[in-house]
Write a protein that binds this ligand. Structure first.
Ligand SMILES: Nc1ncnc2c1ncn2[C@@H]1O[C@H](COP(=O)(O)OP(=O)(O)OP(=O)(O)O)[C@@H](O)[C@H]1O
Ligand SMILES: [Mg+2]
Length: 352
């Protein structure tokens, strides 16, 4: 995810995870935003406490950096249960999963990150474990193979995925509750930032919070990262209090503009408008024009530009919207084809 290591990339680097862990809210009340998911989840957890049973399995889906890992930790904490963490890519054989499942203690929360990347045989073993708290261990091969049933203690599976669409139906159906995380509003991100600033003992004024929040692409991870960069800037420039001027100067220096676009995002839009008259132009041509890999343009820059309504994907190629021209401060030529005009249909972003 983070191949470019950009400031506005919503994925996280290993060294950043340590910093993130420190800023993670520890209970549902401290978790900002996502009101509906929080309410639903709290009901699921409350009910299971009253029934004195382990909570139903929970699936958390949504884009990177919105709080899936954080919520899984909160679930374990709220249930007073130990937490075991693993991930789809780490479970390539059914045996890997069997080893984890058979070592769980009663009521333990098992967090499987990127659950859509688990191997098929492991997935099938998981179905059974989720439903019957039992797995069949296959011993031997071919005609002589036998299945040895193994009881496992009741546990709560919390699965996280950025690609709910890639999850096979039978697996999705076995979760008692699915929480879909949405992008955060600027006001919510300001709350996230206020909390982080307090934990980092930073003095930041309201206008500065709102500047950082509105450049954070609806993503708490990015908000916290921008806050740390602004903190660096203030430290070096000996600013005791981070005000709007300091926040803007810092973020301008890091090339994150007032709408949260970074250097690559703007390069893509600029090439699209200035070199190709606003498109349509093929993705690979566009990538060459900005000197990047096709995949980087497609996975790093495009999703946000499409979400912001600045770029359109059409069957004939990429186009700049009227908003893109305006954002770059360019006047749109009369013959430019943009969304809603010229009979071009926009492709909605697919989840595969
Ligand atoms: N609702 C929230 N309130 C406060 N901070 C949050 C919230 N959601 C996320 N964060 C912060 O954002 C950072 C990223 O969150 P988290 O790691 O849970 O995201 P994720 O959805 O698991 O991302 P990924 O898909 O990349 O694994 C954490 O450091 C956490 O402190
Ligand atoms: Mg995570």
């Amino acid at each position: 995810m983070s191949e470019t290591g950009a400031l506005t990339d919503s994925g996280s680097e290993p060294e950043e995870r340590v910093l993130e862990a420190a800023l993670r809210p520890k209970n549902l009340d401290d978790f900002v935003g996502q009101a509906r998911v929080r309410q639903q989840l709290s009901l699921v957890l409350e009910a299971s406490k009253i029934r004195e049973r382990t909570a139903d399995h929970v699936l958390l889906s949504g884009p990177p950096g919105l709080g899936k890992t954080t919520l899984s930790m909160i679930i374990a904490a709220e249930m007073n249960a130990p937490l075991r963490i693993s991930s789809g890519p780490a479970i390539q054989h059914a045996g890997d999963l069997a080893a984890i499942l058979s070592s769980l203690s009663e009521g333990e929360v098992l967090f499987l990150d990127e659950i859509h990347r688990m191997s098929r045989p492991a997935e099938e073993m998981l179905y059974m474990a989720m439903e019957d708290f039992r797995v069949d261990i296959i011993v031997g091969k071919g005609a002589g193979a036998t299945a040895i049933p193994l009881e496992i203690p009741p546990f709560t599976l919390v699965g996280a995925t950025t690609r709910a669409g890639l999850l096979p139906g039978p697996l999705r159906d076995r979760f008692g509750f699915t929480g879909h995380l949405e992008f955060y509003s600027v006001a919510e991100l300001e709350l996230v930032l206020r909390r982080s600033a307090m934990m980092l003992s930073l003095s930041v004024n309201s206008a500065a919070f709102s500047q950082i929040a509105s450049r954070s692409r609806g993503t708490p991870r990015i908000a916290n990262r921008l806050l740390r960069r602004v903190r660096d800037w203030a430290l070096v420039n000996r600013q005791e209090t981070i005000d709007e001027r300091a926040a803007c100067a810092a973020l301008d220096m890091y090339e994150v503009d007032e709408r949260g676009l970074d250097r690559l995002d703007r390069a893509v839009l600029f090439a699209l408008c200035s070199k190709f008259g606003g498109g349509p132009v093929g993705l690979s041509t566009l990538a060459i024009a900005v000197g990047e890999e096709t995949e980087t343009v497609e996975t790093v820059a495009e999703p946000f530009l499409v979400r912001e309504g600045l770029l359109g994907r059409t069957p004939r190629g990429r186009i700049a919207t009227a908003a893109a021209w305006a954002h770059l401060g360019l006047s749109m030529p009369a013959d430019a084809i943009f969304a809603g005009q010229g009979g071009i249909e926009l492709d909605s972003e697919s989840d595969d």
